[in-house]
Design a protein around this ligand. Structure first.
Ligand code: SF4
Length: 313
């Protein structure tokens, strides 16, 4: 298939411990195995590279991802509709945790829409949607019909004035301003929103002032909550991101990013990110809205961690 590979899996709605820890969802649905948007920091290829499908196709997850070739599963919504999941109104299904439900191929095959609809029509659960595509606007009718149970996440990793810099790290994603325009329209139609500020990288978000600009951008969407998460040493391909930034002429940011691979520098970055985020939240009156998810147990961090979710506790 020119636009990507199609596979048939046997999974539908799954429990999601990572989502639960962050307080954003209890379950997830992935519309396929691999996303086509090529964010350099994406953790998905590293999480699924051992899947048997890559042996069958004779390619690696990393090669496909680098070429922007997705793997989608158009049978996912059919399986969701067929199986009686015992989800209650307290459950929240995130669509998707590991692939974008509106990347070009998923959109063309309307898989994202059909998964959202299958969960909403066949269970009592709420749905949270994460996408970096403006194609979600095509489903305004569905989202409006279920607006009491739907919330859409706006992902942002830099203040808008640095959007041209981060474009090289998100080559397949729609432009931040275009997405903001679409999300504003959805929000104006009564669709609830939340903000995801991730992955936060040194040099791209510099302290309180940059975080404040991001919160001000998000404020036009009146988000229910904002989750801030730093770049992960384990999952976000820091070295590759640093190389891409350097290749695109952003040498100082590249250097700062590369430096956080050293634990001491990383811990210092986390401390500054937490204090800068808390100060920005205070200025924006967002103390109850903003949480910071950090992949640590908090040991060794002598800071006010009242807004922090320590993911390893
Ligand atoms: S949109 Fe999300 S899933 Fe797709 S490549 Fe980017 S980070 Fe990965």
């Amino acid at each position: 298939m020119k636009d990507g590979y199609i596979v048939k899996r046997d999974v539908g709605i799954m429990k999601c411990s990572e989502c639960l820890k962050r307080g954003i969802a209890t379950h997830t649905v992935n519309v396929g195995l691999l996303c086509g948007q090529q964010c350099v920091y994406c953790s998905s290829p590293s999480r699924i590279f051992r899947h048997s499908v890559f042996k069958e196709l004779g390619v690696t997850a990393f090669d496909l991802f680098d070429q922007g070739i997705p793997i989608v599963d158009p049978w996912t919504p059919i399986r969701i509709a067929k199986k009686s999941y015992k989800l209650t109104k307290d459950d929240i299904v995130l669509i998707s945790a590991q692939t974008d439900p509106y990347d070009k191929t998923a959109s063309k095959l309307t898989i994202g829409r059909r998964c959202i609809e299958a969960v909403l029509r066949n269970t009592e659960a709420k749905v949270k949607i994460l996408t970096k595509s403006t194609a979600i606007i095509d489903d305004l009718d569905l989202l409006s019909e279920f607006k009491e149970r739907v919330s859409i996440g706006y992902s942002i990793m830099s203040p808008v004035y640095k959007s041209e810099i981060v474009k090289c790290l998100e080559p397949g994603a729609c432009n931040i301003n275009d997405r903001l325009f679409v999300y504003k329209r959805l929000s104006d139609n009564g669709i609830k929103t939340f903000g995801m500020v991730k992955p936060c990288m040194p040099g791209i978000i510099n302290g309180k002032d940059d975080m404040k600009l991001i919160f001000e951008t998000l404020s036009v969407l009146n988000p229910e909550f904002i989750l801030v998460e730093p770049v992960s040493l384990k999952w976000n391909n820091i070295l590759k991101c640093s190389e891409v930034l350097a290749t695109n002429g952003h040498t100082e940011i590249s250097r700062q990013l590369s430096a956080v691979r050293e634990k001491k520098v990383y811990d210092n970055f986390i401390k500054n990110l937490i204090s800068g985020t808390k100060a920005a939240a205070f200025d924006c009156n967002y103390q109850d809205v903003v949480k910071i998810a950090v992949n640590s147990d908090g040991d060794g961090f002598d800071i006010d961690d009242s807004s922090v979710i320590w993911l390893k506790r």
